[in-house]
Design a protein around this ligand. Structure first.
Ligand code: NAG
Ligand code: NAG
Ligand code: NAG
Ligand code: NAG
Ligand code: NAG
Length: 265
């Protein structure tokens, strides 16, 4: 059952500029997605990672707050405690996307200041409630320049809110990250990402997935497999002003189940 596979994307912070090399802390992050079932959280060897992302929380399309099922809640609430047993210093983040998240929900949420506020407020509360140390926005389908502009506004407001929250509590500030596609046509909010996010993920994975598996890669739809080129994607971010230490390259480390595909001839 491919919907229940365990997927980890290993991510490595880019060190394109040798000047960064010394001061830099390398990020080795993985996504734990829909592990209910085949791959228990306790099966993750968290000593391999500096950061682990738990996914995914959805956005409710009427309240614009985070939403998740009871089984997801069980997963989210135990995630940090379980992965820290093997590696107490691993940093955990809650990733927000969700299988049913649709384009218009995200697009509407970022476009309206009261929706953004609901989203920001609850995401911070949920992160604290379950012991996460950061939040990640996994948004693969912004298509218009106003989506991108609004995403930039969300990142600023999210950062301001986490600063306030940290000042007002005994916690250290939440880490904020995102996965956004590079779009030449819409123009990414590079300035806002540079200033307000800890880093952004550049996928070098999932451009193409065999159709027979029925597994929809979150990235496959975005890129034309004949023209996609990771090098170009990285350069696009950097040429447009993002510093290399804000880019985390996602390499494939799929735990795909071996599926025997029988074709009816
Ligand atoms: C987990 O990873 C660490 C670090 O690479 C390694 O030393 C250890 O053997 C691994 N444990 C398991 C159970 O694979
Ligand atoms: C979404 O939010 C509305 C309003 O708060 C609530 O009635 C509804 O049950 C929520 N839906 C889900 C799937 O959580
Ligand atoms: C997607 O979001 C829109 C608006 O937020 C909502 O009206 C629609 O029902 C949602 N569709 C699905 C499949 O969740
Ligand atoms: C700061 O904490 C107090 C007490 O917990 C709370 O009432 C207030 O709303 C908080 N302010 C912010 C900006 O989070
Ligand atoms: C893919 O989907 C089709 C139609 O829903 C189904 O008949 C087929 O068994 C699925 N293949 C796999 C490998 O799950």
């Amino acid at each position: 059952m491919l919907s229940k596979i365990f997927i980890i994307f290993i991510q490595v912070l880019l060190a394109l500029d040798p000047g960064y090399a010394e001061a830099q802390t390398w990020i080795r992050a993985g996504y734990y997605i829909d592990g209910v079932g085949d791959f228990p959280i306790s099966g993750v060897n968290s000593s391999l990672f500096t950061h682990l992302f738990c996914g995914f929380a959805d956005i409710n399309f009427t309240s614009y707050q985070l939403s998740f099922s009871l089984s997801e809640e069980k997963q989210f609430s135990s995630f940090t405690e379980v992965v820290k047993q093997k590696n107490p210093s691993v940093v955990t983040l809650l990733s927000i996307w969700g299988t049913s998240a649709n384009y218009s929900t995200f697009s509407l949420m970022v476009s309206d200041s009261s929706y953004r506020n609901s989203f920001i407020d609850l995401s911070i509360k949920i992160a604290r409630l379950y012991g996460f140390q950061g939040l990640d926005l996994f948004w693969l389908s912004p298509t218009t320049s106003s989506d991108m502009l609004n995403a930039g506004v969300l990142f600023r407001e999210w950062r301001v809110a986490t600063e306030l929250e940290a000042r007002n509590s005994s916690h250290s500030q939440l880490i904020l990250t995102a996965r956004l596609p590079w779009t030449n046509s819409a123009g990414n909010p590079v300035g806002s990402i540079q200033q307000y996010l800890n880093w952004v993920h550049v996928p070098a994975v999932g451009y193409w997935i065999p159709e027979e598996t029925n597994f929809t890669s979150p990235h496959a739809a975005l890129y034309d497999p004949k023209s996609v080129n990771t090098d170009e994607l990285i350069k696009a971010w950097i040429v447009n002003g993002l510093s290399a230490n804000k880019l985390v390259l996602c390499l494939p480390y799929f735990g795909f189940a071996c599926v025997e595909i029988t074709k009816n001839e």
